[in-house]
Design a binder for this molecule. Structure first.
Ligand SMILES: [Zn+2]
Length: 179
């Protein structure tokens, strides 16, 4: 037979972006990898600048470089501690405790920005997302007991009424009476 079967319909696209809590978890795991990387980098830079500072001291050229070395050491420590602490924060995100997560995050946002910036920025984005999840959703429209402008229900039987324009009154057909 020459008839070809129609191609199967394409699978429906995934509805919408991934859930917000999922993106927080991705951000946190990304921050964790980056924190370890920066901790190692800062550790290496610390040794480089320490050697540079010692070399300068031996040459009698002052202690230039020692401040940078100390900054690198602090950055190594901070990023290492972030790497250690992040699993706890990831657990908070997994259990949807966004209030606790936000409160714990802010410390690491500030420290992360002060020491090698990158991890702090990533964590700041996660912090904003947690904040957005915590903010109340837009207030729904106030439920109206009666449709605005619509006819009221009959106080006797609860049935629908219709407006009789000539009398400007509502009439209940079920009761056969005006309100
Ligand atoms: Zn009625």
């Amino acid at each position: 037979m020459a008839t070809s079967a129609p191609p199967p319909p394409p699978p429906p696209p995934l509805a919408g972006p991934p859930a917000p809590d999922e993106s927080i978890r991705v951000l946190l795991s990304l921050s964790r990898s980056l924190a370890l990387l920066l901790a190692l980098l800062a550790g290496v830079l610390f040794l480089v600048f320490l050697a540079f500072a010692v070399f300068n001291l031996l040459l009698g050229a002052g202690a230039g470089g020692i401040v940078v070395a100390i900054y690198c050491l602090a950055s190594a420590v901070v990023n290492y501690v972030v790497w250690r602490e992040l699993p706890g924060l990831q657990a908070l995100a997994a259990s949807r405790q966004y209030g606790l997560l936000r409160d714990h995050l802010i410390v690491w946002v500030v420290l992360g920005i002060l020491f090698f910036v990158l991890v702090g920025v990533l964590l700041a984005v996660a912090w904003v997302k947690a904040e957005l999840l915590l903010s109340p959703p837009p207030a729904p429209a106030a439920p109206s007991t009666a449709a605005p402008g619509g006819p009221p229900t009959c106080p006797r039987c609860g049935g629908p009424t219709t407006l009789v324009p000539e009398f400007q009154r509502y009439y209940c057909h079920r009761c056969g009476a005006y309100l």
